[in-house]
Design a protein around this ligand. Structure first.
Ligand SMILES: C[S@@+](CC[C@H](N)C(=O)[O-])C[C@H]1O[C@@H](n2cnc3c(N)ncnc32)[C@H](O)[C@@H]1O
Length: 226
């Protein structure tokens, strides 16, 4: 099925948030990084401004800047209403309230929007839909990331996840997936199935991270080549 913009709820995080949610050290930031399902996050733009090597993949990047921007405006109100209705599922210490959340997210997405066309020309934003194969070489990247996409959308199913993660591991020496909760805030069964599937051939860890916004959502799955 084609990836349709009117079904997407664009929502993006900042470099500061990515650093906390993936435990990114200074030496991690110097690695050659590929980030899957990056959407309208400002991670790529902010990394590029720091002269770091980063490529973001997302099917969202097939659309024009104007249509992505319109879609962000269209969905913002509904997303914020949902956040307000479900406030108890989140921890309001770093981000103090829904107004601050909206301001942080809109700032990240506006940084992305300003950078999108230049970044697309520089091939930092690539239209790609998991679990399709990419054109990159085996182990071309030192680190592959997935923030708030894989595992969170556990309804995509085990087969989707195994294919997507296999492709991520084909081109990345190490991958990190955050969070390991689904949209209902529970640990989905597919997490255990994923671990079971890759456990023999890879090193697998679950690490605790500094970032916890979704309650109990402070852990990431790390898979490394042996
Ligand atoms: C909740 S957003 C997370 C954006 C960003 N990673 C962040 O944490 O701020 C989920 C993203 O997954 C993307 N997505 C949806 N289906 C995808 C697929 N099959 N392959 C790759 N990305 C996909 C969406 O376009 C969207 O940008």
């Amino acid at each position: 099925m084609a990836f349709e913009l009117d079904k997407v709820v664009p929502w993006g995080r900042s470099l500061a948030e990515y650093i906390q949610l993936f435990n990114l050290t200074n030496s991690d930031l110097d690695k050659k990084i590929i980030s899957f399902g990056d959407g309208p996050a400002s991670f790529n733009s902010e990394m590029y401004a720091l002269n770091k090597t980063i490529i973001s993949l997302d099917p969202l990047y097939q659309f024009t800047k104007n249509s992505i921007e319109d879609r962000i405006s269209e969905t913002k109100v509904a997303v914020m209403e949902q956040m307000k209705a479900n406030q108890d599922n989140y921890i309001w210490t770093t981000i103090k309230n829904t107004e601050e959340l909206e301001q942080i997210r809109m700032q990240a997405m506006s940084t992305f929007i300003k950078d999108f066309e230049v970044g697309k020309r520089q091939r930092r934003y690539i239209n790609h839909e998991l679990p399709n194969p990419t054109n990159y070489m085996d182990l071309e990247f030192e680190l592959g990331l997935s923030s708030h996409f894989l595992i969170l959308y556990s309804q995509l199913g085990l087969d989707f996840h195994l294919k997507a993660i296999s492709e991520m591991l084909r081109i990345s020496k190490e991958i990190r997936i955050f969070p390991i909760l689904d949209l209902n805030g529970g640990v989905p069964d597919i997490l255990y199935e994923i671990i079971k599937h890759f456990n023999n051939d890879f090193c697998i860890r679950i690490d605790t991270c500094e970032y916890e916004f979704q309650k109990n959502g402070n852990r990431m799955l790390v898979i490394l080549h042996k």
